[in-house]
Write a protein that binds this ligand. Structure first.
Ligand code: XMP
Length: 509
């Protein structure tokens, strides 16, 4: 399969670069620059290489550098931002650093004709984010773009098929970024565009149909997009040799468990639903500390799953819903752990399986959704907003009880219904109710009421690493608030969370 290497120098848009390449139907994989040698690149048969941006300056001792022999492989290279500077530096050009040369945000560039800029107008807007810049391109390269501040906003050496751009073609603010990437992939690297989700489905069904024939296969279904898509895909490949175990930990939203069960029974998939609410409630009794809750839920989930698997006798294969962002190693250092993000889909290494299969490990989330749509999964499931593995347990502050879970489920369902009624499901990326640990005085009818406080949260985000609180219309908040206090006797107050991330996180715990 034709593929492009995205050589990661620690930039913030690296995954975006790979996604943009794949949108053009060319497979791209990301590798940290220090984890792949020139020899490995040659052997892997990449059609092209993209050097990503990065936070460093090429003249820093500690900055990521790369073996200059990569430019001699005869494989086309596109350097972006830091990658552009690095390519210039490696080939003998001069890099300069000056505040006066820095550019940030939308910037007009003037380009000259070259294969990278085919069908790109002479003047257009690009997205810049840099302090250093290429002052003198290396010998054999010519300058093909300039801005008011940047003397070499792009350079190329056509015979060697080496290209560098100071701006970010992968960011949508670069008006012709898509066209430039397309030119690089198709005209310069000679790709044919063989990466489509139809082909992916056909290939995966054929591959697993052959590899897993006659093997008893087990999948932990959570009802999230990834495990759902993996289930339907593998069911197409191996039919009744697939058994899905759905552990309902009782921490799901209103009606969710039944929806999952009905959907997968509708496909004729062998499904075991384990109603384990009481087991989880027992283990969580008296626990208030968020990380402890996550740990208990993660452990108990594995136990329940193991108990169920044992009843099935010998299982040969375990399916995991791992997707590409989970397996990408980054070119950056380790970042601090804010939350452990236990994913209850993450299943035990200790269990005795002959094999683990991860059918979605090469796919980004948008590709998983595209596969789900092709497999006919319902829209609500394919476009389901993210829901944390530990479920409502991290949306109830303090101790978890059945009564609180039921209260929260009702309030959350009302909020979601009002968002849907207002047609705002696509206008916010994640929205939910939180049951705070706070009671306050209210008045219901003519009587004093002392009830719980519900917080509503809605966030707008691309990647959930940072998020803005969504500016929901007051009327929607008003309807949600009056319905929640009106329909649920023990709730007297509703507040709206107006904190972005950072400093807050999306979930309250
Ligand atoms: P935070 O709260 O860290 O959330 O800003 C970012 C995204 O991650 C989800 N989240 C989790 N997902 N297990 C999960 O599978 C967890 O323990 C967990 N905690 C948070 C959260 O819903 C948001 O989408």
């Amino acid at each position: 399969m034709e593929k492009i290497l995205v050589l990661d120098f620690g930039g913030q848009y690296n995954q975006l670069i790979a996604r943009r390449v794949r949108e053009q139907h060319v497979y791209a994989e990301i590798k940290p620059y220090h984890n792949i040698s020139v020899e490995e690149i040659r052997e892997a048969g990449y059609r092209g290489i993209i050097f990503t941006g990065g936070p460093n300056s090429v003249y820093d001792e500690s900055s990521p550098h790369y073996d200059p022999r990569v430019l001699e492989l005869g494989i086309p290279v596109l350097g972006i931002c830091y990658g552009h500077q690095l390519m210039a530096y490696m080939a003998g050009g001069t890099i300069a650093s000056a505040e006066s040369g820095s550019e940030y945000g939308k910037t007009a560039v003037a380009v000259s004709p070259c294969p990278l800029f085919r069908d790109v107008p002479e003047s257009s807007i690009t997205w810049m984010s840099h302090t250093d810049f290429v002052r003198v391109p290396p010998e054999g390269f010519r300058v093909v773009a300039r801005t008011g501040k940047c003397p070499c906003a792009a350079m190329c050496c056509e015979e060697r098929r080496l290209y560098g751009v100071q701006f970010h073609p992968e960011v949508t603010h670069t008006e012709y970024g898509r066209q430039m990437l397309r030119n690089f992939l198709y005209d310069i690297c000679g790709c044919a565009g063989s990466w489509t989700m139809d082909d992916f489905v056909a290939r995966a069904v054929a591959k697993y149909g052959a590899e897993l024939a006659g093997k008893k296969t087990l999948l932990g279904l959570s009802g999230g997009v990834d495990s759902s898509v993996a289930a339907v895909l593998l069911h197409q490949a191996i039919g009744d040799n697939l058994t899905c175990v759905f552990v309902d930990h009782g921490l799901l939203r209103k009606g969710e468990g039944d929806m999952v069960e009905q959907t997968f029974r509708g496909y004729g998939i062998r499904l075991i639903r384990v109603n384990a609410e009481q087991r989880f409630l027992d283990r969580l009794a008296g626990v208030t500390e968020p990380e402890r809750k996550r740990k208990i839920i993660g452990e108990e989930f594995i136990r329940v799953f193991e108990d169920e698997a044992r009843k099935l006798g010998k299982i040969h294969v375990l399916v995991q819903g791992t997707i590409y962002p989970d397996v990408i190693e980054s070119g950056k250092g380790d970042s601090a752990v804010i939350k452990s993000h236990h994913n209850v889909g993450g299943l035990p290494d200790v269990m005795a399986f002959d094999e683990i299969v991860e059918p979605l490990r090469d796919l980004f989330k948008d590709e998983v959704r595209a596969v789900g749509t092709r497999l006919g999964l319902p829209h609500e499931l394919v476009w389901r907003q993210p829901f944390p593995g530990p479920g409502l347990a991290v949306r109830i502050i303090g101790e978890i009880t059945k009564e609180k879970l039921d209260l929260l489920r009702e309030a959350d369902a009302i909020f979601r219904e009002e968002i849907a009624n207002a047609g705002l499901e696509q206008a916010t990326n994640q929205y939910f109710a939180v049951l705070t640990d706070l009671r306050s005085v209210g008045v219901k009818g003519d009587a004093r009421a002392y009830g719980w406080t519900i917080a509503l949260r809605a966030v707008t985000t691309d990647d959930f690493m940072t998020a803005e609180w969504t500016r929901l219309p007051y009327e929607v908040l008003e309807r949600a608030s009056s319905r929640i206090t009106g329909e649920i006797a023990s709730i007297t107050r509703v507040v709206y969370d107006i904190t972005s991330k950072p400093p807050a996180t999306v979930e309250w715990e």
